[in-house]
Write a protein of this length. Structure first.
Length: 89
């Protein structure tokens, strides 16, 4: 899949916009929420996503969604990561 295909699929699912996000190596993002729902494709690298008591190890090619207002934390691998992220208000 390429970014254009991801964008088309996301729009068909009701997401309004898509963007590319790059995360630096070993970045840690403390628990937080977003005022939007997100659908994410991990295009490069790896991330550990924690929602509640569950932590998922996601690698290149994996997808995840986060609903608006859900608390979560992120930790990125030694090579950082690139996400394709779509948002829905």
């Amino acid at each position: 899949m390429n970014f254009e295909q991801f964008t088309e699929q996301s729009r068909a699912q009701g997401y309004e916009e898509a963007s590319v996000r790059d995360w630096p190596a070993l970045e840690q993002v403390a628990t937080h929420t977003h005022p939007f729902a997100a659908s994410v494709f991990v295009a490069r690298g790896e991330v550990w996503l924690t929602v509640g008591q569950e932590t998922r190890h996601l690698q290149s090619g994996d997808r995840f969604t986060i609903e608006k207002g859900v608390e979560h934390a992120e930790r990125y691998g030694s090579e950082g990561a690139t996400f394709w992220s779509a948002r829905r208000s």
